[in-house]
Ligand binder design. Structure first.
Ligand code: ARG
Length: 481
């Protein structure tokens, strides 16, 4: 906002401004205003209170180490540990109090500890800074989130595999450009998502393996002169090892970014699956009846059953991608080591984690409980000359015609069938022979949708026998009997 010029001010205002020269033109408000703004912009407690469990765990690991190494007396270490347990019990029972003056979860906990146990509380922060503290807490939180997402995705895979096994031979149209392409099986289609989720889980697992190092003991940025034992705190918090560089350890947010980029990728997969359900549930398709529990009605149109959960999964993917972008842009160009910008790392991660967990749960329910209308799918697979490729393949295999030429002959057959308003296998043998005399009676066996899918036995193909093999492998990988 532009400041008013002194010339434009009223007499009283001008007088105050002059009297209070250090506070400049905006006079009296300066003492109140900016400090209130500072308190508000500085406070992370409204969101970082979500880290309280991790903060207590890390503090307990730290003080136990301070006690063992003799940096703090055994007596004080014990008092601090017990005090931290009391604070944790209070948070558990009543929630974390939000006092902006205490800025964040770290100061909130330490201040409550001081109220409870007195001056000994002040020894907890020996050989530590909020910089290594927040880096440690946040890693612990993201690590938990990674474990939760893995469990959720495993449940989704199990649902996909169960339905795929049930529908290994259920025929539906396969699409490219959302135009009927070739018949596939529903089991094959569902197993495509099993594969995507398998890769998502492996991305999250990679991130977990890489991030599992303890920043605790890096202190503000340079390490500490106290004889701390970083192996001990790392072990207590189930980290694989302490981080190797203190500057990196307090500055690194790759672990959060890897979580977010993997989450974004996963949300794209969930969104595509949601989109399939939305299309399949539409009346012209009618491939699926969505579970009532994951649908809503319309306030005006009594007949409606809307795929809101699927639409929100599709929508949430946009927000999760946004969270990932937000943190990338926050981190870009920050010099080492800690800068306060990094306090903004938490909201996007918390938001994405919540949205992703919900999206996974919604899609798991949808896959598990959807009512697939296989008759409608089978019927749709008959439309759109989905077995034209099978005619071309037959000409190659049985009549020795080069594929390009076979493709051309088949095109003429499709045109003729279109003019007749009939499917390909309704053309008579005479009609087919009029297009190319090398076409023989045997062709009809290849033109049914069943023959079409059964023929696609290449590894990873849609033949029911192949789909069953993939389902069996997936069951074994998931430990299903
Ligand atoms: N609330 C801060 C954050 O989340 C904690 C670290 C503060 N460190 C500091 N040097 N001001 O980033």
């Amino acid at each position: 906002m532009a400041q008013p010029s002194v010339a434009a001010m009223g007499k009283e205002t001008k007088k105050r401004a002059m009297d209070n020269s250090s506070n400049q033109m905006w006079g009296g408000r300066f003492a109140e205003g900016p400090s209130a703004i500072m308190r508000e912009i500085n406070a992370s407690i409204p969101f970082d209170k979500a880290l309280w469990r991790q903060d207590i765990a890390a503090s307990k690991a730290h003080v136990a180490m301070l006690g063992v190494t003799g940096i703090v007396s055994a007596e004080d270490a014990k008092a601090i540990e017990q005090g931290l347990d009391t604070v944790a019990a209070e948070y558990e029972a009543n929630g974390v109090p939000e006092d902006w003056d205490l800025e964040d979860i770290h100061m909130t906990t330490e201040s409550r500890l001081a109220e409870l146990i007195g001056p000994a509380a002040g020894r907890l922060h020996t050989a530590r800074s909020r910089n290594d503290q927040v880096a440690t807490d946040f890693r612990l939180w993201v690590r938990d989130a990674l474990d939760q997402v893995d469990a959720g995705l495993e449940a989704l895979q199990k649902a996909l595999v169960a339905r795929a096994g049930e529908h290994a031979a259920s025929i539906m149209p396969g699409f490219t450009h959302l135009q009927t392409a070739q018949p596939v099986t529903l089991g094959h289609h569902l197993m495509a998502y099993y594969e995507m989720i398998r890769r998502d889980r492996s991305r999250f697992a990679d991130a977990r393996a890489r991030m599992n190092e303890s920043p605790l003991g890096s202190a503000a940025l340079a390490g500490t002169g106290f004889p701390i034992d970083r192996e001990m705190t790392a072990q207590a918090l189930a980290f694989d090892r302490p981080t190797a560089n203190s500057l990196d350890a307090v500055s690194d947010r790759d672990f959060a970014l890897e979580y977010l980029t993997a989450a974004a990728q996963c949300s794209l997969h969930l969104s595509r699956l949601a989109e399939e359900f939305i299309i399949w549930a539409s009346q012209p398709f009618g491939f699926v009846r969505l579970p009532d529990a994951l649908s809503t009605g319309s306030s005006i149109m009594p007949q409606k059953k809307n795929p809101d959960a699927a639409e929100l999964v599709r929508g949430h993917a946009g927000r999760i991608v946004g969270c990932s972008t937000a943190l990338m842009v926050t981190m870009k160009g920050l010099p080492l080591a800690y800068s306060k910008d990094m306090q903004d790392d938490k909201p996007p991660v918390f938001e994405a984690a919540g949205l992703l967990a919900l999206s996974i749960a919604a899609m798991t329910g949808m896959v598990a409980d959807a009512d697939f209308i296989t008759a409608k799918m089978r019927q749709a697979a008959e439309l759109g000359y989905a077995t034209a490729t099978d005619l071309a393949d037959w000409l190659v295999r049985e009549a020795g015609i080069p594929f390009r030429e076979a493709h051309h002959i088949t095109g003429s057959a499709v045109r003729m069938a279109e003019q007749k308003g009939a499917p390909l296998d309704q053309l008579s043998i005479e009609e087919l022979k009029s297009i190319d005399s090398r076409i023989g009676d045997g062709v009809f066996a290849a033109l049914s949708v069943e023959a079409s899918v059964a023929a696609r036995t290449s590894h990873g193909g849609t033949a029911p026998a192949e789909v069953e093999k993939r389902v069996a492998e997936a069951r074994a990988a998931l430990g299903i009997e």
